[in-house]
Write a protein that binds this ligand. Structure first.
Ligand code: NAD
Length: 477
């Protein structure tokens, strides 16, 4: 059966295609036209999804690891096989330029394949004449995965791959702003897995709380804002759900006076403005030593003037629109507030007329540390550039935040870079590179940027419970 990528968006519940009476219109952020309609799941359908995942868990947890590996590998091959169609649909619903949409699609396939190859360790504690004791990692049950709109496919794949490999079943809920690629992934995988192992639902604002409260769900893996993360944590307490929370950030980049400005400027620029600044580990506060402040500012403004902000399907677009109207309005307000505070823009700051949620790359010149643009996660193409004179002072300022997701240090003095990195309160710190992510290493925030980790052995095992099995040998003799 041929799958259409330009319509027929249905949920996958218990291996079946499920539509709803109510629907959500998904808009293209580049022109505000409808890309497609996603089902808005009813409460009864949601309960069906939980029941299907629970029933499937009883079999899936007994399924040999090698078969579960093959299932996760199958996600990789199916995504790779449909990379063209998924990338096009991704740009339509998310807004990101097509080549960069394809990078997310291809990276999702890579990630699934890498997680499929991971081991679930069994630790032998003792094995002697009288006792044998081993510590295992057993599946938790039904995982509820809640995904945001900034990386709608890849962040879902992190959760799906780890949950299914470790023997859980899963219900995935994408953001109502970007549900379409995930719904299609559900359709593509529908006949590839036992019914109920992988369920994809879509719905509006009430569905997240249904998931976090439901007694039939055993773990929530949530990626989204810290504000929502706090709701998730309290509403998940009813049955003491296991939680992974990947939340917001306000990452500092610290640029020391010895940098080669031309060598680092591109990396700083894309570290801040890639995906229209809508990256949890984007640079959101750029601290630059006074000696190189003007040179870095000139270099960044030069790049900003060269890049094209435009429709992701147009040839040559480097930066797409802001993903949704809510976020667009929020960012316009931040720009207005900055202007009314009398802050100066090194570039940008003017919102264009017309259709689509487009904002220019905007850099604010040395705003006060307590201004909104510095103190909050802006999550868009607006960057505060801040001057510092002394390393201890900048470490204090970088750490003076409720967030602790990522950070980066830029210097030719590697020893000093590593020393500063060790003093930064963040889960991931890059020296002369952005915070690094990969299937083999934990992705996590500290403080109010999260709880637990995705990826690496720590992330994988967060989809398991510990079980100690101890045998008393010859006890019957
Ligand atoms: P959001 O918190 O508004 O929404 C995230 C998801 O939660 C969506 O699927 C949404 O429908 C759902 N949701 C909304 N209310 C809910 C509730 N009460 N209970 C349960 N679920 C609910 O976040 P967003 O605006 O989609 O994403 C942007 C945020 O995500 C930013 O703060 C960004 O930093 C963060 N983020 C973090 C990471 C990370 O790994 N740390 C990665 C990407 C994005």
């Amino acid at each position: 059966m041929t799958i259409q990528f330009d319509g027929d968006f249905s949920m996958t519940i218990g291996g079946l295609s499920v539509e709803s009476e109510a629907r959500i219109a998904v808009l293209n952020p580049a022109n505000e036209e409808v890309v497609g309609y996603a089902p808005d799941i009813s409460r009864l359908q949601f309960d069906d999804a939980v029941a299907a995942a629970r029933a499937a868990f009883l079999v899936w947890r007994q399924t040999p690891l090698n078969e579960r590996r093959k299932a996760v590998e199958c996600f990789a091959s199916i995504i790779a096989e449909h990379s063209d169609e998924l990338s096009h649909l991704f740009t339509l619903e998310q807004g990101r330029p097509l080549d960069k949409a394809r990078t997310e699609v291809d990276t999702s396939a890579f990630w699934a394949s890498a997680i499929a190859a991971q081991e679930i360790p069994v630790r032998l504690l003792e094995d002697n004449e009288t006792n044998r004791t081993e510590i295992r990692h057993i599946p938790i049950g039904v995982v509820g995965a809640i995904v945001p709109w900034n990386f709608p496919l890849m962040l879902g794949i992190w959760k799906i791959s780890a949950a299914l490999l470790t023997g859980n079943t899963i219900i995935v809920k994408p953001s109502p702003f970007t549900p379409l690629c995930m719904l299609k992934l559900g359709e593509l995988m529908r006949d590839k897995l036992p019914k109920g192992v992988f369920n994809v639902i879509s719905g509006s604002d009430q569905v997240g709380p249904w998931m976090t409260e439901h007694p039939g769900i055993d773990k929530i893996s949530f990626t989204g804002s810290s504000a929502t993360g706090r709701h998730v944590m309290s509403s998940a307490s009813g049955n003491l759900k296991r939680l992974t929370l990947e939340l917001g950030g306000n990452d500092a980049a610290i640029v020391l006076s010895d940098v080669d400005v031309d060598a680092v400027a591109e990396q700083l620029f894309w570290g801040a403005f890639g995906n229209t600044g809508q990256v949890c580990v984007a640079i959101k506060r750029l601290y630059v030593h006074a000696d190189v402040y003007d040179a870095v500012a000139r270099a960044l403004v030069g790049i900003a003037q060269r890049v094209k902000v435009g429709d992701g399907l147009e040839q040559g677009s480097d930066i797409g629109p802001v993903q949704n109207k809510l976020q667009f309005e929020r960012l316009k307000q931040i720009i207005d507030n900055a202007k009314s505070q009398g802050l100066a823009f090194l570039t940008g700051g003017k919102v264009p007329e017309g259709k689509g949620y487009f904002l220019p790359v905007s850099i604010v010149d040395n705003p006060p540390e307590d201004s909104e643009i510095v103190a909050t996660e802006q999550f868009g193409p607006i960057l505060p550039m801040l001057k510092f004179h002394n390393v201890n002072d900048v470490i204090f300022r970088a750490n003076n935040s409720a967030y602790g997701l990522g950070a980066s240090i830029w210097t030719r003095d590697e020893a000093l870079g590593l020393e500063i990195a060790s003093q930064i309160e963040a889960g991931m710190v890059g020296v002369n590179q952005p915070p690094s992510a990969g299937p083999d290493r934990p992705f996590n925030g500290v403080k109010q940027s999260g709880l637990g980790a995705e990826n690496g052995e720590d992330g994988l095992l967060s989809y398991t419970n510990l079980q100690t099995i101890s045998l008393r040998k010859a006890a019957q003799g």
